[in-house]
Design a protein around this ligand. Structure first.
Ligand SMILES: C[S@@+](CC[C@H](N)C(=O)[O-])C[C@H]1O[C@@H](n2cnc3c(N)ncnc32)[C@H](O)[C@@H]1O
Length: 245
């Protein structure tokens, strides 16, 4: 069991963690500045990286024509990723976001015609009737503890197309896995919990182990050097592309 799985076993502590997440979004204005934690200048390099990643996946046939039919944007905020990244490639995009103000803001801030459904829900409660070729979860799994994330990964596995991709873009702690040495015990790399703001920064190995547990295989992972150059001192930003197996 990873360290992060040992955290917040008590119901009260877990509820306090999720209350912190909710409080942050409920008491902030529904803007990109809020969803990027005040680091709006990261939006441009982030979008450039994500577009080049999707192009790489299409060029290598990891994303097939079938997969391009429908994507899901998880924890979409006011639709920044749907509007600037996913709508360039996918025929239809659904976005899921629990904060009603952000969903409302998305209608004007992210009006792309390819964004079909704007669902006000947390991802753990979302059970779609359609399948998605790609599920994109950006800067959202760090708001979710392992116990709930396990349920979410199991659900996503169920509504991804065969060989569909789950892309997790988030801050991670670098370790043996990101160094290309696989998953080996690494005393210098441990997850970081900021329970006052409801954030868990996982090690790359912990994230990969969870993915493996729920039927995913890491296809590729990439470090977003553009974002890292634009803001020094943040936890490293990676995209982990996991294939449904
Ligand atoms: C840091 S923002 C990132 C927004 C967007 N993905 C982006 O990159 O611009 C995190 C978003 O995840 C949402 N969120 C938090 N917990 C969630 C959950 N359990 N299910 C779905 N979304 C959640 C928040 O309301 C917020 O809009």
């Amino acid at each position: 069991m990873s360290d992060s799985k040992l955290w917040l076993q008590e119901k009260d502590d877990r509820e306090a963690f999720y209350a912190s997440v909710k409080k942050y979004y409920d008491t902030s204005s529904p803007t990109v500045d809020t969803t990027l934690g005040g680091l709006t200048h990261l939006a441009k390099p982030d979008v450039m990286f994500s577009c080049s990643l999707i192009k790489e996946l299409i060029d290598s046939d990891a994303i097939s024509k079938t997969h391009l039919k429908r994507a899901l944007d998880v924890g979409a905020g006011e639709g920044r990723v749907s509007e600037n990244v996913l709508s360039l490639y996918f025929d239809e995009i659904d976005l899921v976001e629990p904060n009603e103000s952000l969903v409302k803001a998305s209608v004007t801030k992210s009006p792309h015609v390819r964004i079909k459904k704007r669902i006000i829900s947390s991802i753990e409660k979302y059970i779609p009737t359609v399948k998605y070729g790609v599920v994109w979860a950006q800067w959202v799994f760090s708001h979710i503890l392992d116990r709930e994330l396990s349920v979410i990964l199991k659900n996503i596995h169920g509504y991804l197309e065969p060989n569909g991709l789950l892309v997790i873009k988030d801050n991670f702690i670098e370790d043996s896995y990101s160094a290309g040495k696989g998953i080996v015990p690494d005393d210098d790399a441990y997850p970081v919990l900021c329970d006052d703001i409801g954030l868990v920064i996982r090690t790359m190995s912990d994230m990969v182990l969870l993915l493996q547990e729920f039927g995913f295989k890491v296809h590729i992972f990439r470090r977003d050097e553009g974002v890292m150059a634009a803001e020094k001192g943040i936890f490293p930003v990676y995209a982990i592309v996991a294939k449904r197996i």
